[in-house]
Design a binder for this molecule. Structure first.
Ligand SMILES: Cc1ncc(C[n+]2csc(CCOP(=O)(O)OP(=O)(O)O)c2C)c(N)n1
Ligand SMILES: [Mg+2]
Length: 372
């Protein structure tokens, strides 16, 4: 199978063929066996995965439209990265904790976070949006790489508690250049912390191509820190599931961290404030469209007789129902109480926070009509 040459990841640029990755499902929907990553899924599990992929794509498309219509302040689309997120999140056990960036809507969905909470964050209606302890997915982090340190610290805490849980940190190709990420690697390796580093190499950090981040393929960086790195076809949901499952098993068994590089592509702009046509060729995006992560699962399900046209249409209409409901609930979401800003910084209050809250309330009251 030919994967082609993604800009910034040609063998010349990064010294490795982009075809060298773990793949269990080809773009044609053909099942491939891999001795290191055996995966047996029931028909129900496969159709569930497909349902998640289609639903999250529909939600992402809707969020993009809502942002364009001014209902959201901004949106960071995950189009193209559905398999990386749904596959890896499905590998998590109930007690595991995920540390996302701002693009992990598929992970949040998989963990049962209400999509209104996700979109509400981008509407500016929530400061965070969900309870991380209940959903086992932390608040989105926009500060690139910072949460990899939190994930590592959390994993070291798991070690000390002696539980069987693990942590997973999601980040992008650009984040691998951040100091925080490299520091997290050092600590995780030295302490053999039960953490998985899941890098979605979507080829771009806003307008910066991946060959400005590294002279070697990203997964090979792990070697220098003393733990394994693996590249997986990030558009193959089955491979992402199997590779993450193994990394989590290693983490639980005390074998320390793994760096997973999910080789994928950001089909849209960085966010709705970005215009990718200014810096990347349309042909590149079109080339990746042929490796669509959802299409290949549909082909596999249909070819293996697990799904028929009726099933596919049913999944699509159910996804549409989710989106219609989401659209309604987002547009009618009440504005937040401004005073809430000070509510969740400390568990038991703080004099300085109290002063700030009072000062701000006085400021708001200084407006004649109560509007500002
Ligand atoms: C510490 C820090 N530096 C810079 C930024 C500005 N910034 C926001 S997104 C981004 C690029 C991130 O690219 P990547 O890690 O590849 O993630 P992607 O957006 O592609 O998912 C940058 C530099 C930031 N948010 N935080
Ligand atoms: Mg990126």
């Amino acid at each position: 199978m030919t994967v082609g040459t993604a800009r910034g990841d040609t063998p010349d640029a990064l010294g490795e063929s982009p075809t060298e990755f773990v793949q269990l499902l080809s773009p044609d929907g053909e099942r491939i066996e891999h001795p290191g990553y055996e995966l047996e899924l029931t028909a129900a599990e496969l159709t569930d995965i497909y349902r998640d992929l289609v639903t999250i794509r529909a939600m992402d498309t809707e969020a993009l439209a809502l942002a364009r219509q001014g209902e959201l302040a901004v949106w960071a689309s995950m189009h193209g990265q559905e398999a990386a997120q749904i596959g890896s999140a499905r590998a998590l056990a109930a007690g595991d904790m995920a540390f996302p960036t701002y693009r992990e809507h598929g992970v949040a969905w998989s963990r049962g976070v209400d999509p209104v909470s996700i979109l509400g964050h981008f509407r500016g209606a929530y400061h965070s949006g969900w309870d991380p302890l209940r959903s086992r997915v932390q608040a989105y982090s926009v500060v690139i790489g910072s949460h990899t340190l939190h994930a590592t610290g959390y994993a070291m805490g798991i070690q000390r508690d002696g539980t069987d849980d693990a942590a997973i940190a999601y980040f992008g190709d650009g984040a691998t250049s951040a100091g925080d990420v490299n520091e997290a690697f050092v600590f995780a390796a030295a302490h053999r912390a039960p953490v998985v580093f899941f890098c979605q190499n979507n080829q771009w950090a806003i307008s910066v191509p991946v060959d400005r981040q590294s002279t070697v393929p990203l997964h090979r960086r792990a070697e220098g820190f003393g733990f394994p790195g693996v590249r997986v076809d990030g558009n193959d949901v089955l491979a992402c599931l199997a590779v993450t499952r193994k990394a989590l098993a290693d983490a639980r068994a005390g074998r320390g961290p793994t760096l997973i590089e999910a080789f994928t592509y950001r089909m849209g702009g960085h966010t709705t404030t970005d215009d990718p046509t200014r810096y990347r060729p349309a042909a590149e995006t079109e080339e990746w469209r042929s490796r669509d992560p959802i299409e290949r699962v549909r082909r596999h399900l249909t070819a293996s007789g697990i799904a028929d046209r009726e099933f596919v249409e049913d999944v699509e209409s159910r996804a549409e129902a989710v989106v219609v409901d989401l659209r309604h609930r987002i547009r009618t979401l009440p504005d937040p109480d401004v005073a809430e800003i000070w509510e969740y910084a400390y568990a038991t209050g703080h004099p300085r926070v109290d002063t700030e809250r009072t000062e701000y309330a006085d400021y708001l009251e200084s407006f004649e009509d109560g509007q500002w």
